[in-house]
Design a protein around this ligand. Structure first.
Ligand code: HEM
Length: 464
């Protein structure tokens, strides 16, 4: 793409590019800061000779959402993740036949009626978390506990598999290996070519060991189902093992099934865990928001009792304010913070910048979600009422995209929202929560984003 007319950070240095004042640990937050400083809907960063065009304004974001002209681009972090997910849904190139095949085979696992079958498992896992927090005698590590919850939920609903996360004091080795693999993939995006590969040989070897461990866990998940001799088709694994494509009847191949299992275990918990953690961070910081969310939960379930409520499937969509809290947390911290779009044909971006077929740009969500032209003069302010229906209707399309866009948008969106609203509502219903007033939000980036070191003191609410 001809980037000469696209704004770039002011202090560009030869060979290295736009790397002054930035850290390989925080590529997204650095880019968001650059976006704010440049105040342009589009900008370009050069890193070791590689140019990345970022879209952070409504105009280019809407353009890139046009499915006729653009499709998902698998590059940078996502390409690096192919070592983990191969041709699984998230990391598949759109032209790979296995993307469409798996998408069609797995679609029944994401319908409303499928959500209804997952609901009791989601509720049971939420109750496990409450048991864990009831027994806590010190501030709880929010991101760690949300990870336990969301990993167990996707593993049990998708694969009937139990990681025993709540019984462990340390994270399951799967989580440790996955975190390492995500970090490795992120570091590859800012690796110095040539010499960088040489220097990273040790890191590459350790990563190969992690991938081998993850493969072992996945094989165990699949073996456990086969050994149980069950032929159920009401979850992800059952659909893949025992059904074929709705038109051709062809099943997915063994390697692809393994890629899908790892994809869903990672994509199905990491982002939801971060979303819940950020929502809890803002609830602890905004007592007036917490009070409204709690009043809503009380209206649905009554005052808190000794036992937690047993939410029905139908009650979850009624928790509209809790949902807005989540939407607003995902505005400020979209936990999958960027996605790539590439031109299907020669075209012009934002009416100005010519793109040839195959050229691509990244939609930088935390910057798009903070654009003052869209969100008003104080985009940093946490205000769930931005998601009241009238406010949503008043905003231009394609300005809020935490779940991506088009055919490659998140297949697990409903799953994530149902689970997160259920859990968040149960938590505000049961606990008073206080964060250390000295805690300053620090965000860890591992391709996804999470608050780091955020602890909450939780105390059971007194029954009136
Ligand atoms: C708050 C939680 C979540 C967020 C913010 C999120 C975000 C996203 C985004 C932005 C994409 C598109 C990425 C791209 O275009 O490159 C995506 C795709 C995907 N997500 Fe999610 N996700 C969440 C939860 C989930 C859950 C719970 C599941 C599974 C149960 C899931 C499975 C997937 C899969 C398989 C894809 C790839 C879809 C395809 O290309 O066909 N996600 N997600």
């Amino acid at each position: 793409m001809d980037t000469r007319r696209i704004p770039h950070p002011p202090r560009r240095v030869p060979v290295l590019g736009d790397i002054l004042g930035v850290s390989p640990r925080t590529p997204v937050q650095d880019s968001v800061r650059i976006a704010r400083e440049l105040g342009s809907p589009l900008f370009v960063r050069k890193i070791f000779g590689k140019e990345i065009v970022f879209a952070c304004g409504a105009g280019p974001a809407a353009d890139l959402s046009d499915e006729k002209r653009f499709a998902k681009h698998v590059g940078l972090g996502i390409e690096a993740l192919r070592a983990l997910g191969g041709d699984g849904l998230f990391t598949a190139y759109t032209h790979e036949p296995n993307w469409q095949a798996a998408h069609d085979i797995l679609a029944p696992a994401f319908t409303q009626s499928a959500m209804r079958t997952y609901h009791p498992v989601m509720r049971d896992m939420a109750h496990r978390l409450l048991g864990h927090w009831d027994a806590a005698d010190r501030p709880v590590d929010v991101a760690a506990d949300m990870t336990k919850l969301t990993l167990e939920t996707i593993a049990r609903t998708g694969f009937g598999y139990d990681f025993g996360s709540f019984e462990r004091t340390e994270p399951h080795p799967f989580v440790t290996a996955m975190t390492g693999a995500l970090r490795h993939a992120q570091q590859q995006t800012v690796r110095l070519p040539g010499l960088g590969n040489l220097l990273a040989r040790g890191a590459d070897r350790r990563n190969a060991e992690r991938l081998a461990h993850l493969t072992e866990v996945i094989d165990d998940v699949i073996r456990a189902r086969r050994d149980a001799g069950e032929e159920r088709t009401d979850d992800l694994l059952g659909l893949m093992l025992h059904t074929g494509h709705p038109e051709t009847g062809r099943p997915l191949d063994e390697v692809n099934i393994r890629n899908q299992v790892i994809t869903f275990l990672v994509a199905g918990h990491e982002t939801t865990s971060g979303a819940l953690s950020f929502a809890l961070y803002y609830l602890a910081r905004h007592p007036e928001v917490l009070a409204r969310a709690r009043a809503e939960a009380d209206a649905v379930w009554g005052p808190p009792g000794e036992l937690p409520p047993d939410p029905s499937f139908e009650q979850i969509p009624k928790l509209r304010y809790v949902r807005r809290v989540l939407d607003e947390a995902l505005r400020l911290w979209p936990t999958a913070p960027a996605y790539g779009r590439q031109a299907r044909e020669d075209t012009v971006l934002d009416g100005t910048y010519p793109m040839r077929r195959g050229h691509w740009a990244l939609v930088l969500l935390p910057a798009l979600h903070r654009d003052p032209d869209i969100w008003g003069p104080d985009p940093e302010a946490f205000d769930p009422d931005r998601f009241a229906p009238a406010a949503v209707r008043a905003r231009p399309a394609h300005t809020y995209k935490p779940f991506g866009t088009g055919a490659r948008a998140c297949i697990g969106r409903q799953f994530a929202l149902h689970e997160a609203v259920l859990v968040l509502a149960l938590l505000v219903h049961r606990y008073d929560m206080a964060a250390d007033p000295a805690y300053d939000l620090k965000v860890t980036e591992l391709l996804t984003m999470k608050p780091e070191g955020f602890a909450l003191e939780v105390r059971r609410r007194k029954a009136p």
